[in-house]
Design a protein around this ligand. Structure first.
Ligand code: COA
Length: 163
């Protein structure tokens, strides 16, 4: 069985991530989405909320699992008996960052490769931060995120307004 891990902060998952998952779910038998707490980022959604939003948004794909993880990615890859790491590429800026990360992971675990999938041109400009900022300022993000995420963002906005 070919298992791949798709790691990221997913705060929140966007249609750009779903595009990558739809493409890779046809290549691998099972994909484990690993939701990571990135200490350098200010999260809007808790880890549990992010996991739930991804589960809701990937119901149409039957070979996806979603979990939180902390620690070293390569340890997690070993635990999951995965053969690849999935990452999406939008622009040249992503490429440089991703190249360094994939080389570091390769040094730590030579038997595992990172598979890069080009983003659909509709989502080249989409990022979780961009979506959060637009939504929190009242912008319409319905073409950029799954329906469950749009609802989640609206609820966060309501909570902020009540404070
Ligand atoms: N569509 C939409 N957005 C995309 C995208 C796509 N196809 N591809 C990337 N992005 C965006 C994300 O939305 C995110 O946006 P944000 O910065 O506004 O939140 C950004 O690109 C990249 O973030 P993400 O994919 O969440 O990665 P990250 O840089 O936060 O974390 C990990 C990367 C989790 C893989 C890495 O930190 C890790 O492995 N951590 C574990 C510790 C470890 O092993 N470290 C050593 C690794 S070398």
């Amino acid at each position: 069985m070919r298992v791949a891990v798709y790691p990221g902060s997913f705060d929140p998952v966007t249609n750009g991530h779903i595009d990558i998952l739809e493409k890779t779910s046809k290549i691998f038998d099972r994909i484990v989405i690993a939701v990571v707490h990135n200490v350098t980022k200010n999260a809007l959604f808790s880890l549990d909320e992010r996991v739930e939003l991804i589960r809701e948004s990937t119901k149409h794909l039957n070979n996806i699992e979603v979990e939180c993880f902390s620690g070293l990615l390569t340890d997690y890859i070993r635990e999951k008996k995965a053969c690849a790491i999935i990452r999406g590429l939008r622009t040249m800026t992503d490429f440089e960052y991703e190249m360094h990360m994939s080389m570091m992971n390769k040094r730590l675990m030579p038997e595992v490769d990172t598979i890069f999938i080009m983003s659909d041109s509709n989502y080249i400009f989409v990022s979780s931060s961009g979506v959060k900022e637009a939504a929190m300022l009242g912008g319409d993000v319905s073409t950029l995120v799954p329906a469950a995420v749009k609802k989640g963002l609206q609820e966060k906005l309501k909570q902020f307004k009540q404070k």
